[in-house]
Design a protein around this ligand. Structure first.
Ligand code: GLU
Ligand code: ZN
Length: 321
């Protein structure tokens, strides 16, 4: 491995962080296999984290499905899996710390009120928050009492670009204040936001390297702001280009033929799936590849730029003849 751009002491720790909102598909297989292989290639650890804080969207039965799919690919993890919904205390403590340090504040605005004030802006469709409640309430209890509504919590975001160094993309910058504004760390229904939970857990799991899809690239800037506000180290970021179909369209989760559980029940060979992952990573290893072979050959820094293609021919090659 080439020298990292940011020195992080200690051994490599990566994580696989599925959200049990849908079945895992070949896009997940690729990012999980590359995250796993990167850790193993560096003698590092792999953490499995189930990101199930969004109670409306998560389905408990999908947790087992996620684990089965990951194990079917031949990827393992170290220690007990972390399930975010099992213990909210660490997220609660982080929120309290951010409020106490003046970095976060209570917000009673509804989505409809925010929508009326601003157009959707960020690429993930998040509404830009115009800062209505900044300085409006003395604290959460008072906000609830005076407004007669539940209160969420938002991180106060200072104007200006947030520099993000990605190991694959180089030096980038995101204007968080302009894109999303003061973003939610706890929703009004009490659910802790993904951005907060991921930062708390990456820190307590000692994650050194975040390897994930580049749909989360702009989230890295928000996560860095939270890390700074909480006095936590920023991990190295490796944002992988997305997987597209033969037409160059982003893989749709609704396509059944790319769900790992369906491939598994149709008798697909997981080593053929890893063979495709290896090809997409620019490795010439042949059609079937074991996890150990992938780890031995992988050089994440030499990943080809641009989207990874998945063609009907690739999928046919996974299935029995
Ligand atoms: N749970 C997130 C997802 O499935 C991934 C979060 C992350 O890797 O930071 O999209
Ligand atoms: Zn508000």
């Amino acid at each position: 491995m080439a020298a990292p751009t940011s020195e992080i002491p200690g051994p490599v720790v990566t994580r696989l962080a599925p959200s049990p909102t849908g079945l895992l598909h070949l896009g997940h297989a690729r990012s999980f296999a590359l995250a796993w292989a990167f850790a193993r290639a560096n003698g590092g650890r792999v953490v499995l984290r189930i990101e199930d804080l969004d109670r409306e969207r998560c389905k408990p039965e999908l947790v087992d499905a996620c684990e089965r799919d990951i194990a079917w690919l031949g990827l393992d993890w170290d220690g007990e899996k972390r399930v975010q919904s099992r213990d909210f205390a660490p997220y609660e403590r982080a929120c309290e710390e951010l409020v106490a340090s003046g970095c976060a504040y209570a917000c009673t605005c509804t989505r409809a009120e925010i929508a009326a004030l601003s157009a959707p802006h960020a690429d993930d469709g998040e509404q830009r928050y115009p800062g209505t409640c900044r300085g409006r309430w003395t604290n959460e209890a008072q906000a609830r009492e005076v407004s007669g509504r539940p209160a969420g919590l938002r991180l106060a975001v200072e104007p200006g670009p947030v520099p993000v160094t990605d190991e694959l993309r180089g030096a980038l910058a995101f204007d968080v204040a302009e894109d999303v504004g003061d973003f939610l760390i706890r929703r009004r229904d009490g659910a802790f936001a993904y951005q907060l939970a991921v930062v708390v857990d990456d820190a307590r799991d000692g994650v050194t390297d975040v390897v994930r899809g580049d749909d989360l690239l702009s989230s890295a800037a928000r996560q860095q702001l939270l890390q700074r506000a909480l006095g936590l180290r920023t991990p190295r970021w490796w944002h992988l280009s997305l997987v597209t179909d033969e037409h160059g369209e982003r893989l749709s989760k609704r396509r059944g033929d790319i769900a790992l559980s369906q491939l598994r029940t149709r008798g697909a060979d997981p080593r053929a799936v890893l063979g495709w992952v290896a090809r997409s990573a620019g490795l010439a290893l042949g059609p079937r590849v074991t996890p150990a072979e992938l780890a031995r050959a992988l050089d994440l820094r030499n990943l080809p730029a641009g989207p990874a293609r998945l063609t009907p021919g690739d999928i046919a090659g996974f299935l029995p003849a």
